[in-house]
Design a protein around this ligand. Sequence first.
Ligand code: NOJ
Length: 584
Amino acid sequence: MSLPVDAASASDSQNEAVSPYALQPVLHEPSAGDQWWRRAVIYQIYPRSFKDSTGSGMGDLAGITAELPRIATLGVDAIWLSPFFPSPQKDAGYDVSDYRGVDPLFGTMDDAKTLISTAKSFGIRIIIDIVPNHCSNEHALFKAALAAEPGSAERAMFHFADGSGEGGNTPPNNWFSLFGGSGWTRVPAADGTPGQYYFHLFDATQPDFNWRNPAVQEEFEKTLRFWLDAGAGGFRIDVAHAMFKKHGMPNWGGAPDGTPRPGFPFAEAPMFGQPELHQVFARWREICEEYPGEPVLCSEANVRPLTRLADWVAPGQMHQSFNFDYLRTLWDRDALAGVIGDSLEAFDTVDAPTTWVLSNHDVSRHATRFGLDGVALDLGDGIGPRDPQPDTTLGLARARAATVFMLGLPGGAYLYQGEELGLGDHTTLEDRYRQDPTFLRSNGERTGRDGCRVPIPWVHDAPAYGFSPTGDTWLPQPGNWAAFSRDLQDDDPASTLNLYRKALALRSELGLGLGSLAFFANPGLPEVLAIRNSDTIIVLNLSGAPVPLPAGDPLLFSDANGAKLAAMGMLGANAAAWLRATDG
Ligand code: NOJ
């Protein structure tokens, strides 16, 4: 709904200083702590799709280093690098065969060190993606386990078990893979007959480690130290919620009717959120604290509800955790207000910041999601040529507004490469190009995540939009990305790139990351979400028509489609604005 207010009546109401906005009590006070990670904006680089310096069609570390001056103009505090370790690449590098090396696809260890030190010279920390739940089936430890006997120390690094039923032909329990199909794969015994099964929460090429084994814990402590010694600014912890499995690995009920079902999240599942995790996190925190520069731990924990997630960032645990509830929220005022309030309330109980996030490499980009009204996408499900296609103009307008709004919230924020260019997914990628194991393991039933992982555009008229010198790309790019290319956006004041730059600079200048939060009540404007962060008022108009802004407060900043209207005290459709509170 939109309020039937025209520009004239809006300026009248401004003159009379009558405002439909009423400030509510402060919900979130700033923490007494002012550490960098409480307010950090962290830019996710998915190395294979960022910049290819060699012409292989695959992005690489040297490509990232070369672009650091440009990343620095964005104004981010750190870069989270998705995995670049040696890997058979069955899950785009989340199947690691050596945690302390660099895959030749991406370069060398020297390239990694150069990237870390060059980033440091720009004041940017590098956060390494650690994948502790599982490795690749080509990791030396798993190969040793396969070669060893049942019951051996080698097998005890993983979850090997005998099958049940006749001939042991039934998997040890009913757990399934989150990528589709059974979570158990059977291996031959030494004599060639069918032997034990091993568990993999993801692809069969990704065997899960047994975290109850102290030898596994030691391995990862070595890995953390290895990267901290190399200058890493911290770690993003992949699938942190699944590392420990419930004792005895009991069958899982899954859906309420008792049948297992695929998908996230599963608050009570026996492979998620086990209490033993917290001892490991505490140990990791101690290790980080031995190093200078406050290296950070950020968990990818798909845990619900938010009150439970708060345990993950309690004192002595991780510094941050992704806020997936925020990422999942649709273009809906009440849902957004609800998740913001719940997040701040939950995280405040443990004096931890929340990390707002709208896009990453596992979910359709927000410019695509917000162009698909009423369609709830689960993590891991993208959009393919047979699905309803998004309204890209609407999606981009909303995405820009959503980001401007998000960057006004107190706490940290994560950005995903390409969103600063306004990119949506490649939603018409043909099946023959798809590489995501979710697509392959579900026989195409699930589209998978390739659409949000496509190499990003740099130069509008170069082959592969300047991603690679040869024009090769590991996934094809959409044909209409020239307009999104960075070179066309660099000097265009109305571009999405400059919108991000402005928002990030102002956010830092105004100290919003370490700010407070109070909601406004605005009952006559049911599709407007307005908050006050310290002395800044942030208004998001989720409706399809202009609405009045709070009266009398000067405009600081608005996404470009609203500038003229804002001068008249109005905020355009699907737009966001920041204002300076006159009593501030
Ligand atoms: C979460 C990662 O973000 C995703 O890309 C990966 O497939 C799974 N974990 C398995 O490692």
